[in-house]
Design a protein around this ligand. Sequence first.
Ligand code: C5P
Length: 208
Amino acid sequence: MIIAVDGPLASGKGTIARTLASKFGLPYLDTGSLYRATALAVLDAGDDPADSDAAVRAARGLQVDAIDETRIRTAEAGAAASKVAAIPAVREALYQVQRNFAYQPGGAILDGRDIGTVICPDADVKLFVVADAETRARRRWMELKARGDTITFEEMLAQTLERDARDSDRSDAPMQAADDATLLDTTSLSIDAAVAAAIAIVEKRQKA
Ligand code: C5P
């Protein structure tokens, strides 16, 4: 079984995807980490994330097993990730690693922005997880604050809106729900309720 979980920043898709992976015994790939790690490599080299040559070089040289899970989680890496992700050649460089992961024997679960539309258009289950922008900005702000980040809520909200616009408006693989995706709005749901709703959607699809 292949499960695709897409949606904007802090919609709850990561938590949902991780829980579904353990519940259904599937390997899990957070595809945002590939774009974040690419962006971080560009920043570490002193280059501009919007510089296509530098970003493509970083994407092609990415060592997926060596991604620094702590350093890619900053607001700076997230903002730079959405810049490298808008470059078609970067997406192309990261395409095969995602396809190979998805189509391994036994299936997999992947979360991102274009899993149900581009990476796994024939996924068995597609979820598109949403929540209103203020709620998502507050969730991410609390997470970053707990990790010592000094970003303010207003800055986080502005970054959320900016990132949503860049991810939705890019020409290549824009963030959008696949026609056959099930929409899950987590705005007023607790984590447990959101996860329970996602499990119910997968189980319903399995029975269909
Ligand atoms: O999900 P996360 O916030 O870690 O993703 C960081 C950025 O990577 C997103 O804002 C988006 O621009 C990009 N991304 C993407 N396609 C994916 C996953 C992430 O364009 N499948």
